[in-house]
Design a protein around this ligand. Structure first.
Ligand SMILES: Nc1ncnc2c1ncn2[C@@H]1O[C@H](COP(=O)(O)OP(=O)(O)OP(=O)(O)O)[C@@H](O)[C@H]1O
Ligand SMILES: CCCC(=O)O
Length: 366
């Protein structure tokens, strides 16, 4: 088998790896990492060799000949803000990912691992639609405080891939449509996509929008400032509270929505209250993104693991269906979206972007 593309997608508790050839998936595996295994490491960067060895084992099992590998594609992490697309991984990018200059996130390892394997095989490495895709409308950057800018961080890869699929299924094109995509996972991001660009996104990693299974979302500022002071917290502790120990975890000490929705089915009113609260806040953020699109919304799309839950989907639908039809794509399309990003380069439909050259849209004001 020739023209093999290896795809690597590191998450906080798993590493997904797959190989594709000529449009077909040849093999894939989700390697799970237990909390015990992960907690042995100081941080994400230190997990590189551990995850690399597991990917090596997957590749060896497939009997792949090095000469048959065409490219390696990784999920892109917290980089400087860049427009969407497929990027060639270079030294500058690897340095930014490894040093966590723009923050620490499991997906940082995607570009680094892709680069390491690409060096081994002497082929190119790419990332596609990283979590920092920034196609913000200039007004979306304003926070309300000079010196603090909003950041475009979200599940851009999955949001765009699922958006394209749902629109294609309905005979429409991503570049000509307006959609709101809510990625409902362990973290939540909700993007307003206007004619092919994610012009605003509710960024749960930095503490915006709804609470999620493990994130706080936005909090009352004065109370939170007092909380930080009382608890004498460092910035690192604040970050891990906002994105890791907040939301449903703080209320119910559980992040698995399968367990919690089963408790609701069994009549647990407390579980229902906190899940209803999350759905209420998700709906509010969808409404906010509808105003960004001035009400011209072709579809609202719910995706991510929580969209498997009929209960959660119905709670959100009943508050948002008046805006636009609600479509559901439970789970994610990240592995095939990464592969397709590379295929667009091989087929000449897109040119691989240069990280150092990439420029985002900014307002021209003094
Ligand atoms: N069938 C299901 N019913 C209800 N919830 C589900 C189901 N399957 C997965 N989930 C929930 O979805 C959440 C995880 O979603 P997902 O797998 O998209 O997140 P992740 O990949 O870990 O993180 P993220 O999407 O934030 O990057 C968990 O809370 C999980 O319990
Ligand atoms: C995956 C994008 C960033 C986040 O919300 O975790």
């Amino acid at each position: 088998m020739e023209d093999i593309v290896i795809v690597i997608n590191p998450g906080s508790t798993s590493t997904k790896v797959a190989c594709f050839s000529n449009g077909a998936l040849l093999a894939d595996e989700t390697i799970r990492h237990t909390t015990d295994e992960i907690s042995k490491f100081e941080g994400i960067a230190e997990q590189l060799t551990y995850r690399k060895e597991m990917i090596n084992r997957f590749i060896e099992k497939q009997n792949i000949k090095p000469k048959d590998v065409q490219a390696v594609v990784g999920r892109g992490g917290l980089l400087r803000p860049i427009p969407g697309g497929t990027y060639l991984v270079d030294e500058t990018m690897v340095e930014d990912l490894k040093s966590a200059k723009y923050g620490s996130h499991a997906s940082n390892l995607g570009g680094v691992l892709a680069y390491e394997f690409s060096k081994k095989y002497g082929i190119p490495a790419y990332i596609v639609d990283p979590v920092v895709v920034d196609e913000f409308h200039p007004l979306a950057r304003l926070s309300g405080l000079k010196g603090i800018e909003r950041r475009s961080v979200g599940h851009a890869l999955n949001q765009k891939a699922v958006g394209r699929k749902i629109l294609a299924d309905n005979g429409k094109e991503y570049e000509k449509s307006n959609i709101i995509v809510a990625h409902l996972g362990g973290g939540i991001s909700i993007g307003a996509h206007q004619k092919g660009e994610m012009v605003d996104v509710v960024n749960g990693l930095d503490g915006e929008g709804p609470y999620s299974p493990e994130r706080t979302g936005s909090l009352p500022l004065i109370d939170f400032a007092a909380y930080i002071q009382t608890e004498d917290m460092t910035i690192k502790e604040v970050k891990s509270l906002i994105a890791g120990k907040g939301g449903i975890k703080s209320y119910l000490n559980e992040i698995d929505l399968r367990i919690i929705t089963e408790q609701i089915e069994n009549g647990d009113k407390k579980a229902q209250y906190y899940i209803d609260g999350m759905c209420y806040q998700i709906s509010k953020s969808i409404g906010e993104m509808a105003t960004v699109l001035a009400g011209k919304v072709d579809y609202i799309i719910l995706t991510g693991g929580a969209s498997y839950s009929e209960y959660i989907v119905n709670q959100i639908k009943k508050n948002t269906e008046w805006i636009a039809p609600v479509e559901v794509y439970a789970g994610e399309m990240e592995m095939s979206a990464l592969y397709q990003g590379a295929v667009r380069i091989f087929e000449g439909k897109e040119k691989a972007r240069d990280y150092k050259e990439a420029k985002i849209r900014k307002a021209e004001v003094n």
